[in-house]
Design a protein. Structure first.
Length: 202
């Protein structure tokens, strides 16, 4: 099973994935937890470039960078894991490209879908959990994070209003999407996500 977790900065993806992977491993499943951009040596190198504060890539450049890392991610980690029966939990995937570079930056959504289709070989998540939080709460959470701020975290509120709208617009299609309230406690959020996964597989 391929599960992706999406949402704006500070929505709780990392915390959810840590708790969710622990609960699923307790059930005896092989779990692969990964992220985009990243997941491979190539992906991590692209991540460093993508998030570097001193660089200002154009919107389309961002899309190409992400999809280059994604192609490696699918070939090297995601597809082999799924082929041997593992459950793959991924922090961001194609929907983040649509929300950030599409709704946020204004790149044509069909172009982004085409780029992502090439990069993924047509691989689509079985289930996508969208963690929704207001932009104001995102800002509060980012401000309390230890360490440095990356390039994406410096974007203004108007950008993140567009990105949040993008995620909700994508999720309104139903199907594989489930929207979860990212303001809930970590324990409640893990329970809700686990419920969605178990319902999907039952």
């Amino acid at each position: 099973m391929f599960v992706t977790v999406e949402g704006i900065e500070g929505c709780g993806k990392s915390t959810l994935l840590a708790g969710l992977s622990e609960r699923l491993r307790e059930r005896g499943a092989e779990i692969i937890v990964t992220r985009e951009p990243g997941g491979t040596a190539v992906g991590d190198a692209v991540r460093d470039v993508f998030l570097k504060l001193s660089l200002k890539p154009a919107a389309l450049t961002e899309a190409y960078l992400i999809n280059a890392a994604r192609a490696q991610h699918v070939v090297e980690l995601i597809a082999p894991g799924l082929a041997r029966g593992a459950t793959v939990l991924c922090d961001r995937f194609v929907d983040s490209t649509l929300a950030y570079q599409g709704y946020g930056r204004g790149v044509d959504l069909d172009l982004l879908r085409d780029l992502s289709m090439v990069a993924t070989g047509g691989l689509t998540p079985d289930l996508t959990l969208v963690l929704d939080i207001p932009v104001a709460i995102s800002r509060e959470r980012i401000a309390t994070r230890p360490g440095h701020i990356d390039r994406m975290e410096t974007e203004d509120d108007a950008f993140y209003v567009c990105v949040r709208h993008g995620f909700l617009e994508l999720a309104s299609a139903g199907g594989r999407y489930r929207v979860l309230d990212g303001t809930r406690s970590p324990e409640d959020l893990v329970a809700a996500a686990l419920h969605e996964i178990l319902n999907f597989t039952s």
